[in-house]
Design a protein around this ligand. Sequence first.
Ligand code: NDP
Length: 637
Amino acid sequence: MSEVNIDRKHNQTEELGFDPDALAEKYLQERDKRLREDGNDQYLEVKGEFSYFVEDPYTDEKIERSPLEDEVEVIIVGGGFGGMLAAARLREAGIDDFRIIEKGGDFGGTWYWNRYPGASCDIESYVYFPLLEETGFVPKKKYTDAPETLEYCQILSKKFKLYESACFQTEVTSTEWDEETQRWIVHTNQNDRMRAKYIVHSNGPLNRPKLPAITGINKFKGHTFHTSRWDYEYTGGSSFGNLSRLKDKKVAVIGTGATAVQCVPHLGEAAEKLYVFQRTPSSIDIRNNKETDESWLTSQKPGWHNERRNNFESLLTGAPIKEDLVSDGWTEAFRLLFGSIRSKAPSKLTMFSWAVTSVASPEMYKLGFKQFMTNKAMAHMDIRNAMQMADYQKMEKVRSRADKVVQDKDTAESLKPYYNQFCKRPCFHDEYLQTFNLPSVELIDTDGKGLSEISEKGIIFEGKEYEVDCIIFATGFEVGTDYSRRAGYQIYGVDGVSVSEKWQEGLSTFHGMHSKGYPNCFFFGPAQSGFTATYTYSLDEQSIHLAYILKSAKEKGVSKIEATQEAENNWVQTIIEKARITADFQEKCTPGYYNNEGKINQKPQNNMYGGGPIEFFALMKKWRSKGNLEGLELTKQ
Ligand code: NDP
């Protein structure tokens, strides 16, 4: 390096407070430590001897009823926000003959299952709760706790009279298209054989708990459960903590993702000893929850809710937005970014305080960004590089928080995430890091290796056995595995072809919702569709889209709806092309479910719509406005 370059680099490091080249190198080293050949195969399917991990601990009474062999117009599989919203939007559209099949004992989906201590949503409640204007509900706080979300699910279901159309404790075992009657046949674990003209699969993207395939996982003689089936019988307490029965127990938690971040403070407070086994640290930013100002919320003008969630998602995808309505840790950087661009004398790199999200489209980012460019020279800046600098800055701030909060220097170092912020789900918590200052809490940093052995008495790592009474798996949910494995049932379409067969070489849908060979069948979820950080927003958009299609079909006298091969091929091509936008970002990320455990683009069609959700929603709205259900083959009665 020439002397001039050395000086320039020195000045840059001085100005930024870090050496970007050294960080880039460190990120790649950390990623490489975690890369594994087995990808998604490193996890066990929760079945057979492991099925107890998915039993329902929340219902006392088993529903006994006779098998159903009747017919309804629409069957919706899943009673989470997706299923509830689909049903609510169908009701609004005048379609009332539907049935919701749900394996849990009530509505709620994710929020029915995830009742672990500290469970909460860190997307602002005024954005996250769907249909807020319709229900008039006032969430207690900016970030809601899980029990309130579950309560809201019940309020929503009552408001739209969904209870009368629900079949709880009923698990779909398979669905098949019957060509002769042009109906879907739905089999369940209650021996039902229901029929429906239409079927909606809203089985949840984080529905199936996953277990790491650790040698000896079935040998452990102590107590064990997954966070999504919390055993309060064993721990005592509730979602709000106070796990009094752990006071004489040694507990191990495996995993340090968003779930562990929320339950670890309660476990640390209650257990005699807590070992937290970490493979990759999460990024832990400030949360700063506060009470709702009721008069503010109730004085909002009609249409405020949609405006707010649109504003939030637009900011996260880099669209040019003048005002940051939510104004929290998620949006802070975009606010600072655009604020400083509008100011008169933006200093070059330091004005960027955030980076692109994994769901953002750099192209959109660039487009929005250009509109704010007041300085011509800046138009030529390498935007990607600037965004990377902003991400480094943000993550340096997150890493320095660990230093400030955690007393033991080695532990603080282990808790620092070395990757771009949106490589993994960012976490916001004000007690997690502090928990590691408790003498009873120990972080076992596996330094990217993960655990390899469980014994009868506990966990073995690097030759040392950690004896515990209980092992809690905070190891998340299946994402990249076969669709029917995650759903828990198979879907057989025309000529008995299963979706597993059809999608063996990669997903193939039209708008993420339809697939040729599966008439009158609608898929909900992020695959080949728009994905939002506020997931309820995507589900609501999908519900509006579904209701529009079914209403139009009725008006047009159509009885069969199926994607054309051409429309499906074109959509798959769009997904593949758009996937290139985020591939580079994903490739540099530490492995996790956001980047298919590090196996990026092996099947680029297995992606979300890479143009970002706002662009996707606009595309769907435009499609609807044409009024001709383009790309769908319509058969009249
Ligand atoms: P995650 O998949 O995010 O985390 C699983 C954890 O288990 C990771 O830390 C993972 O490490 C670890 N792990 C897996 N295998 C091993 C192994 N062999 N040895 C050691 N550790 C292992 O699941 P979560 O349940 O935490 O979160 C799932 C999603 O749910 C979140 O991403 C978020 O979308 C949502 N959520 C949102 C919340 C909120 O609003 N605040 C709260 C909770 C969940 P590694 O990272 O190395 O893979």
